[in-house]
Design a protein around this ligand. Structure first.
Ligand SMILES: [Zn+2]
Length: 148
């Protein structure tokens, strides 16, 4: 993903992307968002939903007794790796619960219907490897002279 969109996500969701600037020995997030710009809205919506869930959970029993640091250590979801594989988004996280895994599943399923390049409706297409693309990006992928 482009550096500008990468930075936007890290600034909006600093707790989820806490490890973005870790080393490659520490975390796969060191590689950044290993997919195209077209999935930005999916990731943005997913992280907004995850952080809202975590912030609500923080206030509820039995978590309300924990201070912020203790809660974050045990229950704040933290992205471990975000990438494309076989045409779909893969979003790996630590400290997830069933609600968070359900959100991730929805986001991953949406990625198979969303062009990884431009965000338009898309479908998985076979080429040298499988990628989820719209008609135009698929054509451009096969012939760089095609324009939108
Ligand atoms: Zn496209």
């Amino acid at each position: 993903m482009s550096p500008d969109l990468d930075r936007q996500l890290c600034e909006k969701y600093p707790k989820i992307f806490r490890d973005r600037n870790g080393t490659t020995q520490e975390t796969c997030m060191a590689w950044g968002f290993a997919h195209g710009d077209g999935w930005f809205n999916i990731i943005d919506t997913l992280c907004r939903s995850i952080q809202q869930h975590a912030d609500q959970k923080r206030k509820r029993e039995p978590f309300a007794g924990l201070d912020d640091e203790e809660f974050d250590e045990l229950h704040q979801p933290i992205a471990a790796q975000v990438k494309e594989k076989f045409g779909g988004l893969r979003f790996y996280i630590s400290n997830g619960d069933d609600v968070v895994y359900g959100m991730i599943s929805l986001a991953e399923n949406l990625s198979y219907r969303t062009c990884e390049e431009c965000g338009a409706p898309g479908t998985p297409r076979k080429g040298a490897w499988i990628r989820t693309l719209c008609v135009t990006c698929d054509r451009r992928n096969k012939d760089p002279n095609v324009t939108c």
